[in-house]
Design a protein around this ligand. Structure first.
Ligand SMILES: Cc1cc2nc3c(=O)[nH]c(=O)nc-3n(C[C@H](O)[C@H](O)[C@H](O)COP(=O)(O)O)c2cc1C
Ligand SMILES: Nc1ncnc2c1ncn2[C@@H]1O[C@H](COP(=O)(O)OP(=O)(O)OP(=O)(O)O)[C@@H](O)[C@H]1O
Length: 166
């Protein structure tokens, strides 16, 4: 590469017209909590635009179905300052939203059951040039929670204690 070509490439890298680095995060987000915010902030720090895929109930088969309807979960995620764009996932074909976003980085949550290598291979099969990262977890301290399932469980416990008092 000549010196002038290299200078030109440098100019292109800094040009505001170039594509911003796109990061994609995903999850169910049924009852938002600080663990979700931590995950999304970590994901956002890995690029310039954060896109979030919010799971459809049809694809949530590893735990009880979400309580909150999918469009409401999407709208709550979209309202977070750190999120540039939130969309509902596809009910069957995970490649559809990923192709629409064409991410540079995909960030898996600390406890997501997806395997990094399998996801990387799937993205490569779809022709998406994207690296896969794993986020850290945020531990809750006093009166622990930071988990949608645990919030729901605590509500159930409180109700089962409260009902006989009525
Ligand atoms: C690469 C990738 C693409 C995904 N695309 C979709 C999708 O299109 N539709 C969907 O409902 N879920 C999609 N998901 C899955 C969910 O967003 C979520 O990861 C999964 O249901 C696990 O939920 P949880 O992390 O909230 O437990 C995708 C996950 C990955 C890793
Ligand atoms: N405490 C936490 N710290 C960091 N990331 C979290 C935390 N809780 C959830 N996340 C991440 O947020 C994304 C969406 O998570 P999800 O909707 O499954 O919430 P959850 O609270 O883990 O739900 P559940 O308790 O039902 O498993 C996932 O990538 C998940 O890893």
């Amino acid at each position: 590469m000549t010196e002038s070509e290299s200078e030109h490439e440098h100019e292109q890298e800094r040009s505001p017209a170039r594509d911003p680095t796109r990061v994609v995060a995903q999850g169910t987000f049924d009852l938002l909590h600080p663990g979700h915010v931590h995950y999304l902030e970590e994901a956002a720090a890995l690029g310039e635009k954060l896109h979030v895929i919010v799971a459809r109930p049809e694809t949530v088969d590893h735990k009880p179905a979400p309580i909150v309807p999918a469009p409401q979960r999407r709208d709550a995620v979209a309202a977070l300052e750190v999120v540039d764009h939130a969309r509902l996932g596809h009910p069957e074909d995970f490649s559809v939203p990923i192709r629409a976003i064409d991410p540079d980085v995909l960030v898996l949550g600390h406890d997501q059951h997806h395997d990094e290598r399998e996801v990387a291979a799937m993205l490569a099969d779809w022709g998406i040039d994207c690296r896969v990262e794993r986020a850290s977890g945020l531990e809750a301290d006093g009166d622990r929670l930071h988990s949608s399932s645990e919030i729901k469980e605590r509500v159930r416990e409180r109700r089962s204690v409260d009902v006989p008092r009525r």
